[in-house]
Design a protein around this ligand. Structure first.
Ligand SMILES: C[C@@H](C(=O)O)C(=O)SCCNC(=O)CCNC(=O)[C@H](O)C(C)(C)COP(=O)(O)OP(=O)(O)OC[C@H]1O[C@@H](n2cnc3c(N)ncnc32)[C@H](O)[C@@H]1OP(=O)(O)O
Length: 295
């Protein structure tokens, strides 16, 4: 089974600008009432979002609702936000692997919840929660990859931009549901594959197979592996990019996200500040003492 790994090319907080949650995308000034939407979503139970943080600085985040093809119930949307909060304060963190339980990724929102979130206002409130959460996921100071086997449909395709195995399928089915992406998937897709290709995937609800994903730039790497050890292969893959200390790994991600999200002047200033945090730090002094030769 070929595993196509999409490296969440690194996105980082600009520490001056985005340092705390208070600078998330939506707050009360946008009409966002987090308490109210969480109260509504908490009625749609089932499944879980499981987080395992390893001693080597790599965490696994499992979308766990296999009876429903890992569809997101309301409580899972709330749990995802809680797990991201946990990861935001993980000082030893270096990498993150997001995957679905039982060899399938995610089939989007739980249709039972979708049917019950009946008003446009409630729908937009759910989108604001998920956009806040997925943006924070993207901005975590961790090098992350999403690793997909089976299906990634609807909101499941919006989650982290993608990683697919050779029997997998990514499909933005929103149009068939009379919708468009609402969790930020359209904006992020355009950023990754360009508006022309993004328009085709959305307007045609096209099934994207691994080869097509690679051609589009949606998939970033290929690892062939058997189903039983695919998560192990994902760990091996991500460890290529998470060598060294957590603080330096996190600084690398921070400078990239800052550059990605800010205008040049702000990005340069943030880069200088992040540089100042590692200049003369333990890893820098150790490397100087060793006189590291870069082979
Ligand atoms: C609004 C938008 C968003 O949030 O951005 C969305 O994502 S809306 C959601 C967009 N996603 C979808 O429309 C995908 C809907 N699901 C499917 O197309 C299909 O289930 C596949 C994911 C292709 C898998 O098909 P396959 O034949 O392998 O399995 P299946 O269809 O029997 O599904 C196995 C069980 O999972 C359930 N199931 C699958 N997807 C579900 C979903 N999104 N919500 C609730 N239950 C779901 C099925 O009802 C079935 O339960 P039972 O065994 O009890 O019958």
């Amino acid at each position: 089974m070929g595993i196509f790994l999409w490296r969440r090319t690194i996105s980082t907080l600009n520490i001056r600008w985005l340092h705390c949650r208070c600078l998330t995308l939506y707050n009360s000034s946008h009409g966002y009432d987090e308490v109210k939407i969480k109260e509504k979503l908490s009625r749609f139970k089932g499944g879980s979002i499981n987080l395992s943080k390893m001693d080597n600085g790599i965490a696994e985040l499992c979308i766990n609702n296999p009876a429903r093809m890992n569809a997101f119930t309301g409580t899972m949307m709330i749990e995802l936000e809680e797990r991201i909060s946990d990861l935001e304060s993980w000082h030893d963190g270096k990498g993150l692997i997001v995957y679905g339980a039982e060899n399938t990724f995610c089939s989007g929102s739980d249709l039972n919840a979708v049917k019950a979130i009946s008003t446009p206002q409630e729908g937009m409130m759910m989108c604001m929660l998920m956009q806040n959460t997925l943006t924070r996921l993207q901005r975590l100071p961790l090098i992350s990859l999403a690793f997909i086997q089976g299906k990634a449909l609807g909101g499941g395709a919006e989650l982290p931009q993608l990683v697919i195995s050779d029997e997998s399928e990514v499909r933005f089915v929103h149009k068939q549901m009379g919708l468009v992406p609402g969790w930020g998937g359209a904006a992020r897709l355009i950023e990754i594959i360009g508006s022309r290709h993004a328009l085709k995937l959305l307007s045609g609800s096209l099934r994207v197979n691994p080869v097509h994903a690679l051609e589009l730039g949606l998939a970033d790497d290929i690892i062939s592996t058997g189903v039983d050890d695919s998560l192990l292969e994902a760990h091996k893959w991500i460890m290529q990019y998470t060598k060294g200390s957590a603080d330096v790994n996190q600084a690398v991600k921070k400078v990239i996200t800052s550059g990605r999200e800010n205008i040049l002047a702000d990005a340069l200033r943030a880069e200088k500040e992040i540089f100042g945090n590692v200049w003369g730090g333990p890893a820098n002094l150790q490397a100087l003492a060793k006189g590291t030769k870069h082979k």
